[in-house]
Design a protein around this ligand. Structure first.
Ligand code: PLP
Length: 383
């Protein structure tokens, strides 16, 4: 069996060994409940949570009080959209989002639509970018929130966040950003970019699974939202439940490492992605999906025209990549993201997402290129 090559970092990342080491004592020796105020076990856990909260806050330039720990981005998004919609009903009932958002956002919007919310889904162009004029036209006095992701999980395409925030605030609406894929990879400054609400997930940035956070602005403007998980009043009453101390500690450490090392990682990873793309694009039937200018440095979504991605992936069992179709039903649906970008179904069915990470080596990229080129040629010759 050939060595396994992992190129699916947008799906999840391995836990950095330094993160794991920091977490380990909090499972057994330092096992206290961070909300136990009467003894040292609790104080030690609380101290560790405070440190982690600062580390997360430092990464995105907010205050620790603006960080609410959740089980990940899906939960943070549920809290943000449902919580704001419930609390801001007197202002309005309208939310704006984009067709290419993650299902965590789209499904929550669908769910509140059933309860009476009005949701506008902005379109994207062939590059995966929204049209700022379309956003401007969609804003109304009843728009309470606009939710636009920082970087797309399938294509890596990055939206013009600061410009979006400017338009949204000029309309006195709140700007929520799903930064699950961007946080830890590129610098994000919620002050400079005027983001009001933002979600982060630790397992996309070499932290553990099952932990994430929602950033909620406390000043200019002070954002409020209705609690979604009640009981016990943890996390300033916004998210009850005993804190996942080892997870939080690991998340904090992952943020600290990302802040220090992201530039170095980005430079190395983007070189590897360029090499991969340059070699694959030598094939005549290959093209890249999404803007190549406004894109995360680690992601490439490639269509191999005329070849179904399932077929290609089956021939490459040692390479872990993602397909541009979601097998969520008996029939594989083409990706909603590629569909929204106007890709013909056939091209969406033949797309593969490669997402590289800090443990990707040049040898792995060389092997991937070699295997892919040979397999694609073989499939074309025998078609
Ligand atoms: N948003 C984006 C853009 C994602 O890529 C993901 C995960 O794939 C999520 C939200 C959900 O994150 P989590 O796994 O932390 O619930």
């Amino acid at each position: 069996m050939k060595p396994l090559i992992y190129l699916d970092y947008n799906s999840t990342t391995p836990v950095d060994k330094r993160v794991l080491e920091t977490m380990l004592p909090y499972f057994s020796e330092k096992f206290g409940n961070a909300n136990s105020r009467t003894h040292a076990f609790g104080w030690i856990a609380e101290d560790a949570v405070n440190t982690a909260r600062e580390q997360v806050a430092n990464l995105i330039n907010c205050t620790p009080q603006e960080i609410i720990f959740t089980s990940g981005s899906t939960e943070a998004i549920n809290l943000a959209i449902k919580g704001v919609w419930e609390l801001y009903q007197t202002k309005g009932n309208h939310i704006i989002t984009v067709n290419t958002e993650h299902k965590a956002v789209l499904d929550v919007c669908k769910s509140i639509e059933k309860k009476g919310a009005q949701v506008t889904y902005l379109s994207v162009n062939r590059e995966g970018l929204i049209d700022l004029q379309e956003l401007k036209n969609a804003l109304t006095p009843k728009t309470i929130m606009v939710a636009v992701m920082y970087a797309n999980n399938e294509t890596g395409v990055m939206q013009p966040i600061a410009k979006i925030a400017e338009l949204v605030h000029a309309n006195n609406s709140l700007f929520m950003c799903d930064a699950t894929q961007a946080t830890g990879k590129i610098p994000i400054d919620v002050e400079e970019e005027h983001i009001d609400i933002m979600c982060i997930s630790a397992h996309k940035m070499y932290g553990p699974k099952g932990i994430g956070a929602l950033y909620i602005r406390r000043k200019n403007p002070r954002v409020s939202m209705a609690t979604q998980i009640e009981g016990g009043g943890h996390e300033r009453g916004l998210r009850s439940g005993t804190l996942n101390v080892p997870g939080i500690v690991g998340f904090g450490k992952a943020c600290e490492i990302a802040q220090r090392e992201m530039w170095e990682d980005a430079a190395r990873i983007s070189k590897l992605r360029t090499k991969l793309e340059q070699h694959l694009c030598d094939l005549s039937n290959v093209f890249i999906n999404g803007s190549t200018r406004h894109r995360l440095f680690n992601t490439t979504n490639i269509s191999f025209q005329g070849i179904r991605s399932e077929k290609l992936i089956t021939k490459l069992p040692n390479i872990a990549v993602a397909m541009g179709s979601a097998c969520t039903s008996a029939i594989a649906e083409p990706s909603h993201v590629l569909k929204a970008m106007g890709l013909p179904h056939e091209d969406a069915y033949s797309s593969i997402r490669f997402s590289l990470g800090k443990y990707t080596t040049e040898t792995e990229i060389d092997s991937t290129i070699e295997l892919l080129l040979a397999t694609v040629k073989d499939l074309i010759d025998n078609s």
